[in-house]
Design a protein around this ligand. Structure first.
Ligand code: AMP
Length: 127
């Protein structure tokens, strides 16, 4: 596996403070902010601060501390925003696009958290 991280991607610019964001949560390893084009009432992006292109890159090369922190921040956001079923919410969907087929637009690993309305089934069946 050989990923080349492009440090000019828009989330790298957000992490460097060159582009503003609506921060939802931040730790030493992780940043979460509102998606600029929300697809649902809750649409938050969770990103590691390290230079990882996509999920499998992150899982292979990030430290255990980064991986644990990322997931704990994401889960806490689901609870805080009232969508976690375990906290009485109506549920949420997490999505992480990697590469061409799912149309990853930004080549810095991110998890979408979507909720706040019925989201329908995950995918439409292809013809
Ligand atoms: P993906 O297609 O999975 O790479 O998703 C990229 C997401 O980043 C899209 O949902 C965009 O709306 C979102 N996005 C792009 N630029 C920004 C930005 N400056 N601030 C917040 N979200 C952004």
């Amino acid at each position: 596996m050989a990923y080349q991280y492009d440090d000019q991607n828009i989330f790298a610019k957000i992490l460097r403070g060159e582009i503003p964001n609506q921060t939802v949560a931040e730790t030493d390893h992780t940043l979460a902010f509102s998606d600029i084009y929300p697809q649902a009432p809750v649409h938050v992006l969770v990103i590691p601060k390290g230079p990882y292109v996509c999920f499998d890159h992150f899982a292979a090369e990030a430290s255990d501390a980064e991986i644990a922190d990322f997931h704990r921040v994401a889960a806490q956001i689901c609870a805080d925003l009232g969508v976690a079923p375990g906290a009485g919410g109506m549920g949420y969907r997490t999505i992480s696009n990697a590469g061409e087929h799912p149309v990853q637009e930004v080549p810095h690993y991110h998890m979408h958290i979507l909720g706040g309305r019925p989201l329908g089934r995950m995918l439409q069946k292809a013809d």
